[in-house]
Design a protein around this ligand. Structure first.
Ligand code: FMN
Length: 454
C-alpha cells in the first residue's frame, strides 16, 4: 500500500499540519492584536505616537507619498505623526520608536527648501538615536550628478547616530513605479496589513491642443511657446494657481515632463509655457520638440494635473504678494496673477527678468492692463541685455532693499518661479542680505517664502 495514497492518512496529515500552523500562528496573531490595541489606546489617549512619518518635498512627490504612507499606517491602526522634516526636533527624534523619512533632492545633492532647516540644525551634529528604527525613501533623478544625495546623506547620518534601518534605503528615480511599489510592500509588511490601498498615480487624460503661439520671435533666447489645452471629455477638472501638469510624450511615456500652469479654471483651459530645447547636435528635445513643433493643433495629448501645495496661494491669498521670476517662470506667476485678478485684489509687486524688451516682453499687454487696474501696485521688468552691462532681477531687488523690507513688514509673501541657478539662487542671496537669514528662514517656515524653481 502506498503511504501517501491512503485517504485517511492524508486527512490525518493535513489535520496535523493545520494544527501545527495554528499553534505557530496563534502567538503571532495574539501579539499583533495586542500591539494594535496598545497603539490604538495610545492614540486615543492623545499621547505622542511612537511612529513618525517625516517628509521633505519641493514639488509635492515626496509629500504625496508621505500622506499615502501615513494613511496606510492609519488603516492598520497605527497612529503616526505626519510632519515636514523641518518641524522635527531632536527631542522628538529621540522619543520616537520608528520613523519613516520620505525626502527628495535638489541643487547639488541638497535638501529641498522644506528640509534645509533640519539639515542645518541636525545633520552635521551628533544625537544618540539608539532607540530608533527607521526607513528612508529617497526621491531623485539619475540625470543629476548627486543622485538622491539628500536621502543618502540622511540615511548615513541616522545610521551614524546608532539608529537601525528597518530595511535598506529605497531610491526612486523620477517617480519610478517599481520602487514605490517596493516601499508600499515593505510598509504593508511593517504595519502587518495586506489591505493597503492602491497608490497608483491618477491616469493621464486626453487634452486637445487648442492653441499654440510663439511668444518670442527674434529672441536671443530659445523659442518659448504659449500652449492652450482643453479636456477632451469637456469636463474641466479643478486646480489652483501654483499647480503643475505632467505631459507624457509618446517617445518617452514613462518620463512625463512637468510644467507650471499659467491659467486658472475660470479661463476654461490649461495654459502652459514651453521652452523648445535643442541638444548640442541641433536636434529638438524629445518632449519640448513634440509639444512645440510636432503635435498639431487639434491633436489630443496625454496630460494630468498635479497639486503643488508648496506653491499655492493658500493662506497668503489675502496678503500683499511679491512675485519674482524669469523666463518661462512667468508661467507660475501668471497663474497667481490671474487668480488675484479674478478675486479683484491688489497689492501685488511683480519683478520679472528676461533678455530684451523688444523680443521677450511676454504678456506685455496683460501686465500693462493689470498695472492700470491697480492689481499690480509695482511692476519691475528687468531686461538683462538692453544695456552694455548685464542686469538681472536680483540686481533690481538689491537696489529696492528698502521697499522690499517695507513690503515684508506689511506682511507680504514671496513667490519665486524660474531658473534655479540663473535666478533663484541670486534672489535667495539678496533676500538673505536684505532681510537677514533668520528672518528669511522664518518666512519660509511660515509658508511666506515659496519657490517653484528648476
Ligand atoms: C532644480 C532641480 C534640481 C534637482 N536636483 C537633483 C539632484 O541633485 N539629485 C537628484 O537625485 N534629483 C534631483 N532633482 C530631482 C528631484 O529630486 C525629483 O524630481 C523628485 O521626484 C522631486 O520630488 P518632490 O516633488 O518631493 O520635491 C532635481 C530636480 C530639480 C527640479
Amino acid at each position: 500500500m502506498n503511504f501517501t495514497n491512503d485517504p485517511t492518512r492524508l486527512l490525518l496529515l493535513a489535520g496535523l499540519a493545520l494544527a501545527y500552523a495554528l499553534v505557530c500562528l496563534l502567538p503571532y496573531l495574539r501579539q499583533r492584536h495586542k500591539r494594535r490595541a496598545a497603539l490604538l489606546a495610545r492614540a486615543q489617549a492623545g499621547q505622542s505616537p511612537a511612529w513618525l512619518v517625516a517628509y521633505a518635498s519641493q514639488t509635492g512627490n515626496a509629500e504625496q507619498l508621505a500622506r499615502q504612507t501615513h494613511a496606510t499606517l492609519a488603516l492598520a491602526g497605527i497612529a503616526a505623526r505626519l510632519c515636514e522634516l523641518s518641524e522635527l526636533t531632536a527631542a522628538e527624534l529621540q522619543g520616537a520608536e520608528r520613523a519613516l523619512f520620505l525626502v527628495s533632492t535638489y541643487g547639488e545633492g541638497d535638501a529641498p527648501d522644506a528640509g534645509a532647516a533640519f539639515a542645518q540644525r541636525l545633520l552635521g551634529g551628533e544625537l544618540a538615536l539608539g532607540q530608533l528604527h527607521y526607513a528612508v525613501l529617497a526621491l531623485g533623478d539619475r540625470a543629476y550628478k548627486h543622485y538622491c544625495g539628500f536621502g543618502r546623506a540622511l540615511d548615513h547620518w541616522l545610521a551614524g547616530q546608532g539608529a537601525r534601518a528597518l530595511f535598506p534605503r529605497i531610491e526612486v528615480d523620477r517617480s519610478a513605479e517599481a520602487a514605490i511599489a517596493q516601499w508600499r510592500q515593505q510598509l504593508s509588511h511593517l504595519a502587518g496589513t495586506s489591505d493597503a490601498p492602491d497608490w497608483a498615480a491618477p491616469a493621464f487624460a486626453g487634452w486637445r491642443l487648442a492653441e499654440r503661439r510663439l511668444l518670442n520671435p527674434g529672441s536671443a533666447g530659445a523659442p518659448l511657446y504659449h500652449l492652450e489645452l482643453e479636456p477632451q471629455s469637456g469636463a474641466l477638472p479643478d486646480w489652483q494657481s501654483g499647480d503643475l501638469v505632467q505631459v507624457a510624450a509618446p517617445a518617452e511615456p514613462d518620463r512625463p515632463r512637468e510644467y507650471s500652469i499659467a491659467s486658472v479654471p475660470a479661463d476654461g483651459r490649461v495654459h502652459l509655457l514651453v521652452r523648445l530645447l535643442r541638444h548640442p547636435d541641433g536636434t529638438a528635445g524629445l518632449a519640448s520638440g513634440w509639444l512645440c513643433l510636432q503635435a498639431a493643433p487639434g491633436e489630443v495629448l496625454p496630460l494630468r494635473l498635479r497639486p503643488h501645495r508648496r506653491f499655492r496661494l493658500e493662506d497668503n491669498a489675502e496678503l500683499p504678494l511679491i512675485l519674482i521670476g524669469n523666463g518661462s517662470g512667468i508661467a507660475g506667476l501668471r497663474g497667481h496673477l490671474r487668480a488675484c485678478a479674478l478675486a479683484g485684489r491688489g497689492r501685488v509687486w511683480l519683478l520679472f527678468g528676461e533678455r530684451n524688451a523688444a523680443f521677450d516682453a511676454h504678456y506685455a499687454d496683460e501686465l500693462a492692463g493689470w498695472r492700470e487696474t491697480g492689481l499690480l501696485e509695482r511692476l519691475d521688468l528687468v531686461y538683462s541685455r538692453d544695456q552694455p552691462q548685464r542686469r538681472y532681477v536680483q540686481d533690481r531687488l538689491a537696489e529696492q532693499g528698502a521697499a522690499l523690507r517695507d513690503w515684508v513688514a506689511r506682511g507680504a509673501a514671496l513667490y519665486v518661479c524660474g531658473s534655479l541657478d540663473g535666478m533663484a539662487a541670486g534672489v535667495d542671496r539678496v533676500l538673505r542680505e536684505q532681510l537677514g537669514g533668520a528672518a528669511l528662514d522664518a518666512l519660509a517656515a511660515a509658508g511666506r517664502y515659496r519657490r517653484d524653481v528648476y
